[in-house]
Design a protein around this ligand. Structure first.
Ligand code: HEC
Length: 467
Protein backbone atom coordinates (compact mmCIF):
# COMPACT_ATOMS: atom_id res chain seq x y z
CA UNK A 1 0.00 0.00 0.00
CA UNK A 2 2.84 2.36 0.89
CA UNK A 3 4.43 1.76 -2.49
CA UNK A 4 1.19 2.39 -4.28
CA UNK A 5 0.55 5.47 -2.19
CA UNK A 6 3.95 6.87 -3.12
CA UNK A 7 3.34 6.11 -6.75
CA UNK A 8 0.15 8.12 -6.70
CA UNK A 9 1.66 10.90 -4.68
CA UNK A 10 4.43 11.40 -7.17
CA UNK A 11 2.29 10.71 -10.16
CA UNK A 12 -0.45 13.16 -9.61
CA UNK A 13 0.60 16.78 -9.84
CA UNK A 14 -2.43 17.91 -7.84
CA UNK A 15 -1.44 15.61 -5.02
CA UNK A 16 2.03 17.01 -4.75
CA UNK A 17 0.71 20.21 -3.22
CA UNK A 18 1.07 20.11 0.53
CA UNK A 19 -2.59 20.70 1.20
CA UNK A 20 -3.53 17.25 -0.03
CA UNK A 21 -3.53 14.78 2.79
CA UNK A 22 -2.24 11.26 2.50
CA UNK A 23 -5.80 10.13 3.01
CA UNK A 24 -6.94 11.97 -0.07
CA UNK A 25 -4.23 10.36 -2.12
CA UNK A 26 -4.97 6.90 -0.81
CA UNK A 27 -8.65 7.35 -1.47
CA UNK A 28 -7.72 8.65 -4.90
CA UNK A 29 -5.72 5.57 -5.65
CA UNK A 30 -8.65 3.30 -4.95
CA UNK A 31 -11.28 5.59 -6.40
CA UNK A 32 -8.97 6.98 -9.07
CA UNK A 33 -11.25 9.97 -8.87
CA UNK A 34 -8.59 12.65 -8.99
CA UNK A 35 -8.32 15.68 -6.68
CA UNK A 36 -10.93 17.87 -8.28
CA UNK A 37 -9.67 21.35 -7.54
CA UNK A 38 -6.71 21.77 -9.88
CA UNK A 39 -6.56 19.32 -12.76
CA UNK A 40 -3.52 19.59 -15.04
CA UNK A 41 -3.72 20.73 -18.65
CA UNK A 42 -3.02 17.69 -20.82
CA UNK A 43 -1.94 17.42 -24.43
CA UNK A 44 -5.53 16.78 -25.57
CA UNK A 45 -6.62 20.06 -23.94
CA UNK A 46 -3.91 21.96 -25.79
CA UNK A 47 -4.96 20.28 -29.05
CA UNK A 48 -8.63 21.13 -28.38
CA UNK A 49 -7.61 24.79 -28.03
CA UNK A 50 -6.30 24.89 -31.63
CA UNK A 51 -8.76 25.81 -34.42
CA UNK A 52 -10.39 22.76 -36.05
CA UNK A 53 -9.91 21.99 -39.72
CA UNK A 54 -7.69 20.23 -42.20
CA UNK A 55 -4.44 21.95 -41.13
CA UNK A 56 -4.99 20.82 -37.57
CA UNK A 57 -5.72 17.27 -38.66
CA UNK A 58 -2.51 17.22 -40.70
CA UNK A 59 -0.65 18.62 -37.70
CA UNK A 60 -2.03 15.85 -35.50
CA UNK A 61 -0.96 13.23 -38.03
CA UNK A 62 2.51 14.69 -38.34
CA UNK A 63 3.20 15.67 -34.76
CA UNK A 64 1.50 13.03 -32.60
CA UNK A 65 2.93 9.86 -34.06
CA UNK A 66 6.11 9.89 -31.96
CA UNK A 67 5.11 11.77 -28.82
CA UNK A 68 2.32 13.90 -27.40
CA UNK A 69 2.09 17.39 -28.85
CA UNK A 70 1.81 20.57 -26.77
CA UNK A 71 1.59 20.34 -22.99
CA UNK A 72 3.52 19.10 -21.06
CA UNK A 73 6.72 18.86 -23.12
CA UNK A 74 6.33 19.40 -26.85
CA UNK A 75 5.52 23.09 -26.69
CA UNK A 76 7.27 26.23 -27.95
CA UNK A 77 6.22 29.82 -27.53
CA UNK A 78 7.83 32.03 -30.16
CA UNK A 79 8.28 31.82 -33.88
CA UNK A 80 12.05 31.41 -33.48
CA UNK A 81 11.57 28.55 -31.03
CA UNK A 82 9.09 26.82 -33.32
CA UNK A 83 11.47 27.32 -36.24
CA UNK A 84 14.26 25.47 -34.44
CA UNK A 85 12.08 22.65 -33.21
CA UNK A 86 10.18 22.13 -36.46
CA UNK A 87 13.42 22.02 -38.45
CA UNK A 88 14.66 19.33 -36.06
CA UNK A 89 11.42 17.32 -36.34
CA UNK A 90 11.41 17.47 -40.13
CA UNK A 91 14.99 16.27 -40.19
CA UNK A 92 14.15 13.35 -37.88
CA UNK A 93 11.21 12.45 -40.12
CA UNK A 94 13.49 12.60 -43.14
CA UNK A 95 16.42 10.71 -41.58
CA UNK A 96 14.16 7.85 -40.54
CA UNK A 97 12.42 8.09 -43.96
CA UNK A 98 9.00 8.07 -42.37
CA UNK A 99 7.09 10.71 -44.42
CA UNK A 100 4.98 11.44 -41.36
CA UNK A 101 4.71 15.22 -41.47
CA UNK A 102 2.38 16.36 -44.31
CA UNK A 103 2.96 20.12 -43.86
CA UNK A 104 5.85 22.33 -44.91
CA UNK A 105 8.23 23.91 -42.43
CA UNK A 106 6.88 27.40 -43.11
CA UNK A 107 3.22 26.39 -42.85
CA UNK A 108 3.89 24.61 -39.56
CA UNK A 109 5.88 27.46 -38.05
CA UNK A 110 3.35 30.11 -39.10
CA UNK A 111 0.30 28.16 -37.99
CA UNK A 112 1.76 27.15 -34.63
CA UNK A 113 3.07 30.64 -33.97
CA UNK A 114 -0.35 32.12 -34.67
CA UNK A 115 -2.54 29.54 -32.93
CA UNK A 116 -0.43 27.49 -30.55
CA UNK A 117 1.89 29.91 -28.77
CA UNK A 118 2.04 32.31 -25.85
CA UNK A 119 2.11 31.77 -22.09
CA UNK A 120 -0.27 29.01 -21.06
CA UNK A 121 -1.76 30.99 -18.19
CA UNK A 122 -2.88 33.68 -20.64
CA UNK A 123 -4.34 31.27 -23.15
CA UNK A 124 -7.35 30.21 -21.18
CA UNK A 125 -7.05 26.59 -22.20
CA UNK A 126 -10.20 24.72 -21.28
CA UNK A 127 -9.54 21.44 -19.46
CA UNK A 128 -11.76 18.94 -21.23
CA UNK A 129 -9.64 16.02 -20.01
CA UNK A 130 -10.95 16.40 -16.45
CA UNK A 131 -13.78 13.88 -16.79
CA UNK A 132 -15.04 11.37 -14.22
CA UNK A 133 -12.78 8.32 -14.25
CA UNK A 134 -13.37 4.68 -13.38
CA UNK A 135 -11.91 3.07 -10.28
CA UNK A 136 -8.72 1.10 -10.79
CA UNK A 137 -5.36 0.33 -9.25
CA UNK A 138 -2.17 0.88 -11.18
CA UNK A 139 1.24 -0.72 -10.98
CA UNK A 140 4.28 0.34 -12.98
CA UNK A 141 7.01 -2.10 -14.02
CA UNK A 142 10.35 -0.60 -14.83
CA UNK A 143 12.65 -2.34 -17.31
CA UNK A 144 15.18 -1.59 -20.00
CA UNK A 145 17.22 1.47 -20.80
CA UNK A 146 15.84 5.03 -20.57
CA UNK A 147 17.40 6.04 -23.90
CA UNK A 148 15.55 3.37 -25.83
CA UNK A 149 12.39 3.70 -27.87
CA UNK A 150 9.73 1.13 -27.05
CA UNK A 151 6.86 1.10 -29.53
CA UNK A 152 4.87 -1.86 -28.22
CA UNK A 153 4.46 -4.32 -25.40
CA UNK A 154 3.03 -7.82 -25.06
CA UNK A 155 2.60 -10.53 -22.44
CA UNK A 156 4.03 -14.03 -22.83
CA UNK A 157 4.69 -16.72 -20.17
CA UNK A 158 3.68 -14.43 -17.30
CA UNK A 159 6.19 -11.84 -18.42
CA UNK A 160 5.76 -8.46 -20.08
CA UNK A 161 8.11 -7.57 -22.94
CA UNK A 162 9.29 -4.40 -24.69
CA UNK A 163 11.90 -4.12 -27.45
CA UNK A 164 14.21 -1.20 -28.16
CA UNK A 165 13.88 0.13 -31.72
CA UNK A 166 17.38 1.64 -31.71
CA UNK A 167 19.25 -0.58 -29.25
CA UNK A 168 18.17 -3.99 -30.63
CA UNK A 169 17.44 -5.45 -27.22
CA UNK A 170 14.41 -7.30 -25.92
CA UNK A 171 13.58 -6.66 -22.27
CA UNK A 172 11.24 -8.81 -20.20
CA UNK A 173 9.94 -8.59 -16.66
CA UNK A 174 8.27 -11.33 -14.66
CA UNK A 175 4.95 -9.84 -13.52
CA UNK A 176 5.06 -11.74 -10.21
CA UNK A 177 8.71 -11.78 -9.15
CA UNK A 178 9.69 -8.55 -11.01
CA UNK A 179 12.81 -10.33 -12.19
CA UNK A 180 14.01 -8.73 -15.41
CA UNK A 181 15.77 -10.30 -18.40
CA UNK A 182 17.64 -8.85 -21.39
CA UNK A 183 18.13 -10.49 -24.78
CA UNK A 184 20.34 -9.29 -27.62
CA UNK A 185 18.20 -9.44 -30.73
CA UNK A 186 20.00 -10.99 -33.72
CA UNK A 187 19.02 -8.27 -36.23
CA UNK A 188 20.82 -8.13 -39.55
CA UNK A 189 21.47 -4.35 -39.30
CA UNK A 190 25.03 -3.10 -39.32
CA UNK A 191 26.59 -2.80 -35.85
CA UNK A 192 25.23 0.28 -34.05
CA UNK A 193 22.34 0.68 -36.50
CA UNK A 194 18.71 0.23 -35.49
CA UNK A 195 16.84 -2.95 -36.37
CA UNK A 196 13.68 -0.91 -35.80
CA UNK A 197 11.85 -3.25 -33.38
CA UNK A 198 8.26 -2.19 -33.88
CA UNK A 199 5.24 -4.41 -33.28
CA UNK A 200 5.19 -7.03 -30.55
CA UNK A 201 2.29 -9.48 -30.44
CA UNK A 202 1.61 -13.11 -29.67
CA UNK A 203 0.36 -16.14 -31.57
CA UNK A 204 -2.32 -18.47 -30.16
CA UNK A 205 0.39 -20.76 -28.77
CA UNK A 206 1.73 -17.93 -26.59
CA UNK A 207 4.92 -17.28 -28.59
CA UNK A 208 6.10 -13.68 -28.81
CA UNK A 209 6.62 -12.09 -32.26
CA UNK A 210 8.41 -8.89 -33.23
CA UNK A 211 8.61 -6.95 -36.52
CA UNK A 212 11.77 -5.02 -37.46
CA UNK A 213 10.96 -2.12 -39.69
CA UNK A 214 14.58 -1.18 -40.40
CA UNK A 215 16.28 -4.56 -40.78
CA UNK A 216 13.18 -5.87 -42.65
CA UNK A 217 12.87 -8.96 -40.50
CA UNK A 218 10.32 -10.70 -38.34
CA UNK A 219 11.24 -12.85 -35.35
CA UNK A 220 9.53 -15.40 -33.21
CA UNK A 221 10.76 -15.45 -29.60
CA UNK A 222 10.16 -18.39 -27.30
CA UNK A 223 9.99 -16.98 -23.78
CA UNK A 224 10.44 -20.48 -22.33
CA UNK A 225 13.80 -21.11 -24.06
CA UNK A 226 14.99 -17.58 -24.89
CA UNK A 227 15.46 -18.56 -28.55
CA UNK A 228 14.74 -16.44 -31.60
CA UNK A 229 13.65 -17.73 -35.00
CA UNK A 230 14.31 -15.29 -37.83
CA UNK A 231 12.15 -14.66 -40.90
CA UNK A 232 13.38 -12.56 -43.83
CA UNK A 233 12.98 -12.09 -47.55
CA UNK A 234 10.62 -9.13 -47.29
CA UNK A 235 10.19 -6.49 -49.99
CA UNK A 236 13.10 -4.08 -49.90
CA UNK A 237 12.32 -0.66 -48.37
CA UNK A 238 8.85 -1.91 -47.48
CA UNK A 239 9.37 -1.32 -43.75
CA UNK A 240 7.79 -4.37 -42.14
CA UNK A 241 5.28 -2.88 -39.74
CA UNK A 242 2.46 -4.82 -38.06
CA UNK A 243 1.15 -8.33 -37.73
CA UNK A 244 -2.37 -8.86 -39.00
CA UNK A 245 -4.44 -9.63 -35.88
CA UNK A 246 -7.66 -11.55 -35.28
CA UNK A 247 -10.64 -10.87 -33.02
CA UNK A 248 -8.89 -12.66 -30.15
CA UNK A 249 -6.06 -10.12 -30.33
CA UNK A 250 -3.72 -12.85 -31.52
CA UNK A 251 -1.65 -12.78 -34.66
CA UNK A 252 -4.00 -14.21 -37.29
CA UNK A 253 -2.98 -17.63 -38.60
CA UNK A 254 -4.80 -19.51 -41.34
CA UNK A 255 -5.20 -23.30 -41.46
CA UNK A 256 -1.85 -23.67 -43.25
CA UNK A 257 0.12 -21.86 -40.53
CA UNK A 258 0.45 -18.68 -42.54
CA UNK A 259 0.53 -15.28 -40.84
CA UNK A 260 0.56 -11.81 -42.40
CA UNK A 261 2.41 -8.51 -42.04
CA UNK A 262 1.77 -4.96 -43.26
CA UNK A 263 4.50 -2.61 -44.56
CA UNK A 264 4.71 1.07 -43.65
CA UNK A 265 6.13 2.21 -46.98
CA UNK A 266 4.47 -0.07 -49.56
CA UNK A 267 0.86 -0.78 -50.43
CA UNK A 268 1.25 -4.52 -50.00
CA UNK A 269 0.50 -7.22 -47.47
CA UNK A 270 2.86 -10.17 -47.13
CA UNK A 271 1.91 -13.71 -46.21
CA UNK A 272 4.53 -15.76 -44.35
CA UNK A 273 4.53 -19.44 -43.65
CA UNK A 274 5.55 -20.18 -40.06
CA UNK A 275 7.19 -23.49 -40.96
CA UNK A 276 8.92 -22.91 -44.29
CA UNK A 277 9.42 -19.14 -43.92
CA UNK A 278 8.21 -18.75 -47.50
CA UNK A 279 6.70 -15.33 -48.25
CA UNK A 280 4.12 -14.23 -50.80
CA UNK A 281 3.38 -10.58 -51.56
CA UNK A 282 -0.18 -9.40 -52.27
CA UNK A 283 -0.62 -5.97 -53.89
CA UNK A 284 -3.47 -3.79 -52.63
CA UNK A 285 -5.23 -0.99 -54.48
CA UNK A 286 -2.77 1.77 -55.33
CA UNK A 287 -3.73 5.14 -53.81
CA UNK A 288 -3.61 7.85 -56.46
CA UNK A 289 -1.85 11.22 -56.27
CA UNK A 290 0.40 10.23 -53.42
CA UNK A 291 3.92 8.88 -53.17
CA UNK A 292 3.59 5.23 -52.17
CA UNK A 293 5.91 5.69 -49.18
CA UNK A 294 3.64 8.48 -47.88
CA UNK A 295 0.40 6.48 -47.96
CA UNK A 296 1.22 4.42 -44.85
CA UNK A 297 -0.74 1.26 -45.30
CA UNK A 298 -0.84 0.89 -41.56
CA UNK A 299 -2.52 -1.91 -39.64
CA UNK A 300 -4.72 -4.84 -40.65
CA UNK A 301 -7.04 -7.44 -39.16
CA UNK A 302 -8.53 -10.70 -40.43
CA UNK A 303 -12.26 -11.44 -40.27
CA UNK A 304 -13.83 -14.82 -39.46
CA UNK A 305 -13.51 -15.88 -43.11
CA UNK A 306 -9.82 -15.02 -43.34
CA UNK A 307 -10.35 -11.87 -45.41
CA UNK A 308 -8.09 -8.94 -44.55
CA UNK A 309 -9.11 -5.37 -43.71
CA UNK A 310 -6.57 -2.59 -43.45
CA UNK A 311 -6.16 1.13 -42.86
CA UNK A 312 -4.11 3.66 -44.79
CA UNK A 313 -3.31 6.39 -42.31
CA UNK A 314 -2.05 9.20 -44.56
CA UNK A 315 -3.74 7.78 -47.68
CA UNK A 316 -6.98 8.12 -45.65
CA UNK A 317 -8.60 4.86 -46.72
CA UNK A 318 -9.86 1.65 -45.30
CA UNK A 319 -9.21 -1.31 -47.57
CA UNK A 320 -9.98 -4.93 -48.28
CA UNK A 321 -7.97 -7.89 -49.56
CA UNK A 322 -9.29 -11.40 -50.08
CA UNK A 323 -6.24 -13.69 -50.11
CA UNK A 324 -8.26 -16.49 -51.71
CA UNK A 325 -8.89 -14.48 -54.88
CA UNK A 326 -6.48 -11.54 -54.64
CA UNK A 327 -9.47 -9.18 -54.96
CA UNK A 328 -8.82 -5.81 -53.32
CA UNK A 329 -10.59 -2.47 -52.97
CA UNK A 330 -10.43 0.70 -50.89
CA UNK A 331 -12.88 3.29 -49.59
CA UNK A 332 -12.05 6.81 -48.43
CA UNK A 333 -12.75 7.79 -44.83
CA UNK A 334 -15.66 10.17 -44.23
CA UNK A 335 -13.45 13.27 -44.11
CA UNK A 336 -10.00 14.16 -45.47
CA UNK A 337 -6.99 13.50 -43.19
CA UNK A 338 -8.98 11.50 -40.64
CA UNK A 339 -5.93 9.34 -39.89
CA UNK A 340 -7.35 5.78 -39.66
CA UNK A 341 -4.82 3.93 -37.54
CA UNK A 342 -4.46 0.74 -35.51
CA UNK A 343 -7.83 -0.96 -35.94
CA UNK A 344 -9.45 -3.94 -34.22
CA UNK A 345 -12.12 -6.42 -35.24
CA UNK A 346 -14.78 -7.98 -33.02
CA UNK A 347 -16.53 -11.35 -33.11
CA UNK A 348 -19.31 -9.94 -35.31
CA UNK A 349 -16.70 -9.00 -37.92
CA UNK A 350 -17.20 -5.33 -37.11
CA UNK A 351 -14.15 -3.11 -37.64
CA UNK A 352 -13.30 -0.60 -34.94
CA UNK A 353 -11.19 2.01 -36.72
CA UNK A 354 -9.55 4.62 -34.48
CA UNK A 355 -9.00 7.95 -36.20
CA UNK A 356 -5.95 9.74 -34.92
CA UNK A 357 -6.92 13.17 -36.26
CA UNK A 358 -10.66 13.24 -35.50
CA UNK A 359 -10.40 11.42 -32.19
CA UNK A 360 -13.38 9.24 -33.14
CA UNK A 361 -13.80 5.52 -33.74
CA UNK A 362 -15.52 4.55 -36.98
CA UNK A 363 -17.45 1.29 -36.87
CA UNK A 364 -17.52 -0.58 -40.16
CA UNK A 365 -19.71 -3.60 -40.71
CA UNK A 366 -17.71 -5.94 -42.97
CA UNK A 367 -20.73 -8.19 -43.61
CA UNK A 368 -22.87 -5.35 -44.95
CA UNK A 369 -19.82 -3.48 -46.29
CA UNK A 370 -21.02 -0.23 -44.79
CA UNK A 371 -20.20 2.24 -42.02
CA UNK A 372 -22.27 1.30 -38.98
CA UNK A 373 -21.65 4.41 -36.88
CA UNK A 374 -19.07 6.50 -35.10
CA UNK A 375 -18.13 6.59 -31.45
CA UNK A 376 -17.25 9.95 -29.96
CA UNK A 377 -15.02 9.74 -26.96
CA UNK A 378 -15.65 11.91 -23.91
CA UNK A 379 -12.39 13.89 -24.01
CA UNK A 380 -12.30 16.60 -26.67
CA UNK A 381 -8.96 17.04 -28.41
CA UNK A 382 -7.79 13.48 -27.82
CA UNK A 383 -6.04 11.50 -30.56
CA UNK A 384 -6.75 7.79 -30.69
CA UNK A 385 -3.87 5.60 -31.81
CA UNK A 386 -5.19 2.07 -31.30
CA UNK A 387 -8.21 -0.04 -30.45
CA UNK A 388 -7.76 -3.49 -28.94
CA UNK A 389 -10.33 -6.14 -28.10
CA UNK A 390 -10.10 -7.92 -24.77
CA UNK A 391 -10.56 -11.56 -25.83
CA UNK A 392 -11.57 -12.62 -22.30
CA UNK A 393 -14.76 -10.52 -22.08
CA UNK A 394 -15.21 -8.77 -25.44
CA UNK A 395 -14.65 -5.21 -24.15
CA UNK A 396 -13.00 -2.84 -26.59
CA UNK A 397 -10.14 -0.63 -25.35
CA UNK A 398 -8.89 2.52 -27.05
CA UNK A 399 -5.75 4.47 -26.24
CA UNK A 400 -6.34 8.06 -25.13
CA UNK A 401 -2.90 8.86 -26.46
CA UNK A 402 -3.29 12.61 -25.86
CA UNK A 403 -5.15 12.56 -22.55
CA UNK A 404 -3.10 10.07 -20.50
CA UNK A 405 -6.09 7.73 -20.54
CA UNK A 406 -7.38 4.42 -21.73
CA UNK A 407 -11.01 4.16 -22.82
CA UNK A 408 -12.98 0.98 -22.17
CA UNK A 409 -15.97 0.64 -24.48
CA UNK A 410 -18.86 -1.73 -23.94
CA UNK A 411 -19.19 -3.56 -27.27
CA UNK A 412 -23.01 -3.62 -27.10
CA UNK A 413 -24.15 -0.41 -25.38
CA UNK A 414 -21.04 1.50 -26.54
CA UNK A 415 -20.86 3.11 -23.08
CA UNK A 416 -17.37 4.49 -22.43
CA UNK A 417 -15.37 4.43 -19.21
CA UNK A 418 -12.16 6.38 -18.78
CA UNK A 419 -9.10 5.06 -16.93
CA UNK A 420 -6.60 7.74 -16.05
CA UNK A 421 -2.95 6.74 -16.31
CA UNK A 422 -0.76 7.88 -13.43
CA UNK A 423 1.63 10.12 -15.42
CA UNK A 424 1.58 13.10 -17.73
CA UNK A 425 2.87 12.75 -21.28
CA UNK A 426 1.98 9.05 -21.50
CA UNK A 427 1.82 8.44 -25.22
CA UNK A 428 0.28 4.96 -25.61
CA UNK A 429 0.06 2.76 -28.69
CA UNK A 430 -1.32 -0.58 -27.57
CA UNK A 431 -3.25 -2.49 -24.91
CA UNK A 432 -2.81 -6.10 -23.78
CA UNK A 433 -4.86 -8.30 -21.45
CA UNK A 434 -4.54 -11.28 -19.12
CA UNK A 435 -7.17 -13.88 -18.13
CA UNK A 436 -7.34 -12.44 -14.59
CA UNK A 437 -8.90 -9.20 -15.87
CA UNK A 438 -5.78 -7.04 -15.79
CA UNK A 439 -5.04 -4.65 -18.62
CA UNK A 440 -1.57 -3.56 -19.74
CA UNK A 441 -0.07 -0.78 -21.75
CA UNK A 442 3.35 0.88 -22.03
CA UNK A 443 4.65 4.42 -22.16
CA UNK A 444 5.68 4.53 -25.80
CA UNK A 445 6.96 8.05 -26.46
CA UNK A 446 9.82 8.74 -28.82
CA UNK A 447 11.76 10.18 -27.03
CA UNK A 448 11.02 8.05 -23.97
CA UNK A 449 11.79 11.03 -21.73
CA UNK A 450 8.69 12.87 -22.98
CA UNK A 451 6.72 10.80 -20.47
CA UNK A 452 6.93 12.70 -17.17
CA UNK A 453 8.02 10.00 -14.76
CA UNK A 454 10.66 9.24 -12.17
CA UNK A 455 11.69 6.00 -13.91
CA UNK A 456 14.94 5.96 -15.83
CA UNK A 457 13.70 3.13 -18.05
CA UNK A 458 10.91 1.79 -20.19
CA UNK A 459 7.67 1.29 -18.29
CA UNK A 460 4.88 -1.26 -18.51
CA UNK A 461 1.69 -0.22 -16.77
CA UNK A 462 -0.68 -2.79 -15.26
CA UNK A 463 -4.23 -1.60 -14.67
CA UNK A 464 -6.64 -3.56 -12.50
CA UNK A 465 -10.15 -2.17 -13.00
CA UNK A 466 -12.13 -2.01 -9.72
CA UNK A 467 -15.49 -1.02 -11.15
C1 HEC B 1 9.82 10.81 -35.95
C2 HEC B 1 9.37 11.13 -34.65
C3 HEC B 1 8.92 12.55 -34.37
C4 HEC B 1 7.97 13.28 -35.03
C5 HEC B 1 7.17 12.87 -36.25
C6 HEC B 1 7.88 14.55 -34.34
N1 HEC B 1 8.72 14.57 -33.27
FE1 HEC B 1 8.95 16.10 -31.95
N2 HEC B 1 10.45 15.07 -31.01
C7 HEC B 1 10.95 13.86 -31.42
C8 HEC B 1 12.15 13.59 -30.69
C9 HEC B 1 13.03 12.33 -30.86
C10 HEC B 1 12.35 14.67 -29.81
C11 HEC B 1 13.50 14.89 -28.84
C12 HEC B 1 14.57 15.65 -29.57
C13 HEC B 1 15.75 15.97 -28.72
O1 HEC B 1 15.75 15.67 -27.53
O2 HEC B 1 16.69 16.54 -29.30
C14 HEC B 1 11.26 15.58 -30.03
C15 HEC B 1 11.07 16.76 -29.34
C16 HEC B 1 10.08 17.69 -29.60
C17 HEC B 1 9.88 18.94 -28.84
C18 HEC B 1 10.66 19.36 -27.62
C19 HEC B 1 11.59 20.48 -27.94
C20 HEC B 1 12.72 20.13 -28.84
O3 HEC B 1 12.97 20.95 -29.74
O4 HEC B 1 13.35 19.08 -28.67
C21 HEC B 1 8.86 19.60 -29.46
C22 HEC B 1 8.30 20.97 -29.09
C23 HEC B 1 8.40 18.77 -30.56
N3 HEC B 1 9.16 17.62 -30.60
C24 HEC B 1 7.39 19.11 -31.42
C25 HEC B 1 7.06 18.38 -32.57
C26 HEC B 1 6.20 18.88 -33.60
C27 HEC B 1 5.53 20.25 -33.62
C28 HEC B 1 6.10 17.90 -34.54
C29 HEC B 1 5.37 17.93 -35.86
C30 HEC B 1 5.81 18.93 -36.78
C31 HEC B 1 6.92 16.79 -34.08
N4 HEC B 1 7.48 17.13 -32.88
C32 HEC B 1 7.05 15.58 -34.74
C33 HEC B 1 10.38 13.01 -32.36
C34 HEC B 1 9.40 13.37 -33.27
Amino acid sequence: MIFLYLLTWRADPQCSTMKKSALCCMAMLVMAAGCRDKPPIRSSDYMASLPDGEVKRKLIMGCTSCHQMGVPVALRNTQAEWQGTIAKMLKLDEDLRLHLIPLSQQDLVNWLTEHGSGPLEKRNIRIYSDVPVAAATYEEFSLGNAKGFYHDMAISHGRAYVADYFGNKLYGIDLKTKKTETHNIPVSSLPGKPGGAHAIDTTRDGKLWITFTKSEQVMEFDAATGRFRIYGGFTKDGNVQYFVLDADRNIYEDNNRNFWVSHFSKEILTRVNRDSGETKVFATTRTKNMLEASVHLYAAVADSKGRLWYTETHGNHMGFLDPATGRTWEKPMAIAWAGPKRLAIDKNDMLWIPELATGKITLYDTKKETVAGQIELPIKGDYIYAVRRNPYNGDMWATGSGSDSLYRIDPVSKAVRVYRLPRLGTFTRTVAFDPQGNVYTSYASLPNKHTQMPHDSAVILKITPRD
